[in-house]
Design a protein around this ligand. Structure first.
Ligand SMILES: Nc1ncnc2c1ncn2[C@@H]1O[C@H](COP(=O)(O)OP(=O)(O)OP(=O)(O)O)[C@@H](O)[C@H]1O
Ligand SMILES: [Mg+2]
Length: 371
C-alpha cells in the first residue's frame, strides 16, 4: 500500500513540488556556495536536504547528514560528524561500535587504514579527550577524507540552530573558520528561521551571514498537490472529488505538512465510514489530531499582549493592520518583527500578512475570535 506520510521527512516520489528549490540549491552547491535552508516548522526543510543528498549520492558524490538536535554535546557532535563521513565507506557502524577502544578500532583493517591517515580517530577512545579539538578535527575530516578519495562531498547539518546550545558563539566561529578552507565540500545548514538567524548573527559583523546563501522554501504549488492527491486516492480506490480536494488545498494553502495530513485524514475517514467526508469534517479531524501542537504554538505566540493583538488583526484583516491597531497603543512594528523572526507570519507580495500555519489560523478564528 502506498505510504502517505505526515510527520517524517519525505523523499523521492513522495516529495512534491520542490524541484525548483532543489535545482537552485544544487547549482549553488556545485559552485561551492554553502546554503542556509530556513523555513518555519514542518515546511519540509529536512525533506529537501535529504533529497538533495540522495541525488548527489547517485552522482557519486560523498554525502553526510548530521542532525545537530540529536547531538547534545560537542563530543557527540564530533562523533556524529565522523561517523557520517565514514558512512561513505561503510565504516560508520564499525567506528560507532569500536570508538571507545583503540585496540578494537585497529582490529578492523579498513578502519585501521583510515586511522593511518587520520590519527585523530584514536582520540575518541582517550580518557582525556578534548571535545573542542575533536570537533575541529571532525570538521576537517569532512574535507580531508573526501579529498583523500578524490571526491566531492555535500554535507548537511540539520537543526543547525541548535549549535548555539553547545557552546554559543565559539562553536559557530569554529565551524566557519574550518569550513571556509574546505575545497572539496559544500554545506547545507537547515533549521527554523529564528534559530538560524541567531546563528547567522552570532558573530560580530555577522560573518556567517555572508558565508552562506539563504534559501527560504514556502508553500507548495496546490496543483502539484492536487495531482498527488489524485494519484494516491486512485491507488486507495477512493473517488477523486476534485471540488473537495481543491477546497482542502485552499485551506492548507499548499502547506506541506497539513496538505499531507488532510490527505491522510481523507483516506482514513473513507476507510472508517465508507463514504467521502464533508470538508468541515476533515478540518475537524485535523484540528483534533493537532490539538496539542496548536495549543502549544498558541501559548508560545501569545506570550505578550502585543503579539496577541497583532496576530488577531492579521487573521481578521491581513492588510492595513497598522490603522486597525492604531488605537490599541501597542508597538505593532516590534510585534511584526518578532512574529516574522519566529516564523509565525509571512509577508505576502502585496505587503499583507498571513500566519504561516493555516490550521492555527483556523483555530484562532474558532477559539480566540470566536466566529
Ligand atoms: N515536498 C513535500 N511534499 C510532500 N510532503 C511534504 C513535503 N515536504 C514536507 N512534507 C510533509 O511535511 C512533513 C514534515 O516535513 P519535514 O520533516 O521535511 O519538515 P521540516 O521543515 O524539516 O520540519 P521540522 O521543522 O519539524 O524539522 C512531512 O512528513 C510531510 O508530510
Ligand atoms: Mg526537520
Amino acid at each position: 500500500m502506498r505510504k502517505v506520510i505526515a510527520g517524517n521527512p519525505v523523499t523521492g516520489a513522495d516529495l512534491i513540488g520542490r524541484e525548483e528549490e532543489i535545482q537552485r540549491i544544487t547549482h549553488y552547491l556545485d559552485m561551492g556556495q554553502h546554503i542556509v535552508l530556513s523555513a518555519p516548522r514542518r515546511f519540509g526543510k529536512t525533506s529537501i536536504m535529504l533529497e538533495i543528498l540522495s541525488r548527489k549520492r547517485k552522482e557519486n558524490f560523498y554525502t553526510s547528514f548530521i542532525d545537530v538536535f540529536s547531538s547534545p554535546t560537542i563530543e557527540i557532535l564530533a562523533e556524529n560528524i565522523t561517523q557520517a563521513v565514514l558512512e561513505n565507506n561503510q565504516l560508520g557502524k564499525v567506528f560507532n561500535k569500536t570508538r571507545h577502544s583503540a585496540i578494537k578500532m585497529f582490529q578492523n583493517t579498513k578502519l585501521k587504514a583510515v586511522i593511518e591517515n587520520f590519527e585523530f580517530l584514536l582520540e575518541f577512545s582517550s580518557s582525556q579527550k578534548n571535545p573542542y579539538e575533536l570537533l575541529a578535527h571532525s570538521l576537517n575530516f569532512i574535507d580531508g577524507f573526501t579529498s583523500k578519495h578524490n571526491r566531492h562531498m555535500v554535507s548537511g547539518f540539520d537543526e543547525f540552530g541548535d549549535i548555539l546550545k553547545l557552546d554559543g558563539k565559539e562553536v559557530v566561529k569554529l565551524f566557519r573558520s574550518k569550513i571556509q578552507l574546505h575545497k572539496n565540500a559544500s554545506y547545507i545548514f537547515a533549521g527554523s528561521h529564528e534559530s538560524l538567524m541567531n546563528v547567522l548573527f552570532a558573530e560580530k559583523n555577522a560573518p556567517f551571514y555572508r558565508f552562506a546563501k539563504i534559501i527560504e522554501p514556502g508553500y507548495i504549488d496546490k496543483n502539484k498537490f492536487a495531482e498527488y492527491y489524485k494519484k494516491i486516492l486512485t491507488r486507495y480506490k477512493i473517488p477523486f472529488d476534485k471540488d473537495l480536494v481543491l477546497t482542502l488545498l485552499d485551506f492548507t494553502r499548499g502547506h506541506p505538512y497539513y496538505s499531507q495530513l488532510a490527505l491522510q485524514q481523507l483516506i482514513v475517514y473513507n476507510r472508517i465510514n465508507n463514504r467521502m467526508p464533508a470538508y468541515a469534517e476533515i478540518i475537524e479531524w485535523m484540528l483534533n489530531d493537532e490539538k496539542n501542537y496548536i495549543e502549544k504554538t498558541w501559548e508560545e505566540l501569545a506570550s505578550s499582549k502585543e503579539n496577541i493583538r497583532t496576530v488577531i488583526a492579521i487573521v481578521k484583516y491581513g492588510k492595513n493592520i497598522y490603522s486597525v491597531l492604531k488605537k490599541e497603543h501597542i508597538n505593532v512594528a516590534r510585534a511584526l518583527k518578532r512574529l516574522k523572526e519566529k516564523g509565525f507570519i509571512f509577508i505576502k507580495e502585496d505587503k499583507s500578512y498571513e500566519l504561516s500555519d493555516p490550521l492555527l489560523e483556523h483555530w484562532i478564528w474558532k477559539n480566540v475570535i470566536r466566529i
